[in-house]
Design a protein. Structure first.
Length: 94
């Protein structure tokens, strides 16, 4: 990974931590936990499409929470990605 990409990634991680460490950010996370099915199943036996939609919501919330916790019990694996000029990352629980 280039130094420029590493710098962008570190800034992005810091931005997530700043945004969601405020009282407002914590209230938003709490609301998203309920709305995005963090602690309940997203499986809908009548509709694979609905299951995929609900799991997509849940995965965004989990990604945000993992970005906030990087360095505590989450590590980063850099993935090559040129899609939309973004840094591809995979978060790994340790």
């Amino acid at each position: 990974m280039t130094q420029q990409n590493n710098s962008k990634l570190q800034k992005l991680i810091k931005d997530y931590k700043i945004c969601f460490s405020t009282d407002v950010g914590k209230r938003i996370i709490s609301d998203l936990e309920k709305r995005c099915h963090e602690f309940v199943t997203t499986h809908d036996k009548q509709s694979a499409t609905e299951s995929a939609f609900l799991e997509g919501q849940r995965s965004v919330l989990i990604f945000i929470k993992n970005m906030i916790n990087i360095g505590e019990h989450i590590r980063i694996r850099i993935c090559s990605s040129s899609h939309h000029n973004t840094i591809g990352i995979k978060l790994i629980r340790v």
